[in-house]
Design a protein around this ligand. Structure first.
Ligand SMILES: [Zn+2]
Length: 103
């Protein structure tokens, strides 16, 4: 089958996680680079990038899954601290005033 590069994971754990996400959507993926760590004993395992490949005919579907994953990641990174009383928008904790209505 014809495989295409979908995503470069930062480490093995992320690669396996994404592979799991794809599997949940019935997409079979291949990981490239996960065994490199065997030859590079000095480097911590988490600095090794892993390429995730998916079948060409599943690429578009997979890109959508990955972009949802990245959105969730960003959402978690921004700690949500408060909700504006005036417009009900959610503001990150480091915002002093509402980003939406400046109140
Ligand atoms: Zn507001």
């Amino acid at each position: 089958m014809d495989y295409r590069l979908l995503y470069k994971a930062a480490n093995n754990y992320e690669a396996y996680f994404i592979q799991g996400l794809l599997k949940n959507n019935l997409i079979k993926s291949q990981l490239l680079g996960e065994n490199l760590s065997v030859g590079i004993g000095e480097l911590p395992i988490d600095v090794i990038q892993v390429d995730i490949l998916v079948p060409k005919n599943k690429l578009n579907e997979s890109i959508k899954i990955i972009s949802d994953y990245e959105k969730n990641l960003k959402y978690k990174e921004n700690k949500i601290e408060w909700i504006c009383k005036d417009c009900k928008e959610i503001n990150p904790e480091n915002f002093g005033i509402c980003w939406n209505c400046n109140k």
